[in-house]
Write a protein that binds this ligand. Structure first.
Ligand SMILES: [Zn+2]
Length: 432
């Protein structure tokens, strides 16, 4: 099932033709309307006509989050405010947020791409879509909201939080599609169980989960606990918001809508473009955006692209689930560590809940990694010797995957703080 079969299954040649056309047009607009980019072009002696198509992408300068901050609030907009109908901003941990602006056409594109995403995840116009992502300055729930309306589904814009009400509406309104963070999906599933709500009382069929890294094991966990098909979604507000890429029923990566965004993978240190199939930092060039078009925007997200044909029939390139952040990556004793790798190991082992926290400390010049893991109720009431065996099993597995030793602390069920938004997995106590 497709929302827009013609474009979703377009041939590679036709897709490249569209990309070349759109890229050329966008470069000319940016050059004329955005002084920041015009200056960058002039600094490196590049003229709009030098970019003939996607093969010339690597000649273009990169854009970073700092560039957005330095041009706060509207410096990178390519359309006048009279044409901007929406502003969103992402919270910066320090200083000013980054601001994104949408024209009416940008919102239309967002609706179209999110409708494609919903259909790829199994929704149709009879679906009831419960959007439990936050609505606000952050793009959160908006994209799927528009997509669901565009598709003709019924939207419940409940936003995040208030789990008791989420459960009541899910049951009473016959929600079929749940959209929220994966950690909240597990939280909801556990809470439903605790409150004695059986899966038969619900009408859930699929879920669209994103906004934080999650693992294949966590997918199995969610699919079992909620009896649904769980789909990964990807997006970032700088590029559009949620819906830049979505997993189809094949679940072998997320299709990136290449008629609007051109992805590349680069080495985050050398900035060289890497071949398809390599792990590196994801970079996007938007080719249809009017409000805030961006050239080679560095997402800091690490992933791998695949361009082989997907069994679903969609021809758009696929990205693997996010492996971590190029700048949030923990370096422990010189080793690159991604929390998602640890999560994957823990869930493979079983007997532990997908709730864990990494605590990094430093004594002298030595980094220490402690992994606190919740065990299941059953195991917790079990013999101490079994717990000790589990502890050493986890320790050995982690050490073989990460190549570093860690201290494993098994903790009681429900002792790690739950989150209704992004889960806080890392506590780095090193002053570096
Ligand atoms: Zn597919």
């Amino acid at each position: 099932m497709y929302w827009n079969e013609k474009i979703e299954t377009i041939s590679r040649d036709e897709l490249n033709y569209i990309q070349n056309e759109r890229l050329g047009k966008m470069i000319r607009t940016i050059y004329h309307n955005v002084p920041f980019y015009r200056n960058k072009f002039q600094e490196i002696g590049l003229k709009p006509d030098d970019i003939k198509g996607i093969d010339d992408l690597s000649k273009l300068p990169f854009t970073t989050k700092n560039d957005l901050r330095d041009n706060y609030p509207y410096g990178l907009f390519a359309s006048p405010l009279s044409q901007i109908i929406r502003l969103h901003a992402s919270s910066g941990t320090t200083g000013k947020p980054t601001v994104v602006g949408y024209t009416r056409e940008d919102i239309n594109t967002w609706s179209e791409l999110c409708a494609r995403a919903l259909v790829a995840a199994g929704a149709d116009n009879t679906s009831v879509v419960q959007i439990s992502y936050g609505y606000g300055l952050f793009t959160g729930g908006f994209g799927l909201h528009y997509g669901a309306e565009h598709l003709g589904a019924s939207v419940i814009p409940i936003s995040s939080g208030n789990t008791a009400r989420q459960e009541m509406l899910m049951k009473d309104f016959h929600t079929t599609v749940l959209a929220c963070t994966p950690s909240y999906a597990i939280y909801l599933a556990d809470s439903l169980k605790e409150n004695g709500v059986s899966l038969d009382e619900l009408h859930l069929k699929s879920g669209i989960f994103g906004a934080e890294p999650w693992s294949e094991n966590m997918r199995r966990e969610i699919e079992t606990k909620l009896n649904i098909s769980a789909h990964d979604i990807y997006g970032l507000s700088e590029i559009m918001g949620p819906g830049v890429a979505i997993e189809c029923s094949c679940k072998s990566g997320m299709h990136i809508w290449e008629d609007h965004f051109i992805p590349e993978i680069i080495d985050p240190v050398t900035l060289e473009t890497l071949p398809i199939g390599s792990l590196g930092e994801l970079v996007f060039t938007t080719i249809t955006k009017e409000g805030l078009p961006l050239l080679r925007y560095r997402t800091r997200d690490l992933t791998v692209l695949h361009d082989d044909v997907c069994e679903c029939g969609r021809t758009h390139i696929r990205m693997e689930r996010i492996k971590g952040r190029s700048d949030d990556m923990l370096i422990i004793r010189g080793v690159n560590v991604f929390p998602s790798q640890i999560e994957s190991v823990l869930l493979d082992i079983g007997d532990v809940e997908p709730h864990y926290q990494l605590i990094v400390t430093r004594e002298g010049n030595m980094d220490n990694l402690e992994i606190q893991v919740e065990v299941t109720e059953n195991l917790f009431s079990d013999k101490i010797s079994n717990l000790a065996a589990l502890e050493s099993k986890i320790k050995n597995k982690i050490s073989s995957v990460l190549q570093i030793n860690s201290k494993i602390t098994l903790v009681e069920p429900k002792s790690i703080p739950r989150s209704e938004g992004k889960a806080k997995r890392v506590i780095d106590k090193r002053n570096i």
